[in-house]
Design a protein around this ligand. Sequence first.
Ligand SMILES: [Fe+2]
Ligand SMILES: [Fe+2]
Length: 139
Amino acid sequence: MGGMMSLFTWNDDLCVGVAEIDNQHRKLVQLINGLHDHMLAGDAREIMGKVLDRVIEYTGFHFTTEERLMKAHGYPHAAAHLHEHEKLVATATDLQTRLNSGHALITAETMIFLKEWLYHHIMESDQLLGKYLNSKGVV
Ligand SMILES: [Fe+2]
Ligand SMILES: [Fe+2]
């Protein structure tokens, strides 16, 4: 999956067992790889800004999906999980603000941060959520 040189290769160990979440994670991995491709191509700040906007927008949509499922099924670890989501949104929004004002670039370090965050969040917090939802019959 991905473009000229994927940062993040999807593998099925990432699946949490809930189709709606897994499909959104695949899309997020694609979007992050797309941002990485634009970075490697040395695209202009305006283009990077638009691609980052799309990543942030889709991330917000995805987090809303998970938060809706947590609420609907009484997930006991919702507060800690929401806190992780909020921290990532704050970091990404800060990057977006600095990028738009000309004070930052999207670098390899930025991309590695995003990839590592998503990978660890899926493998730890989202996997726990997936197991809980499975136990409630959500697949
Ligand atoms: Fe999550
Ligand atoms: Fe997730």
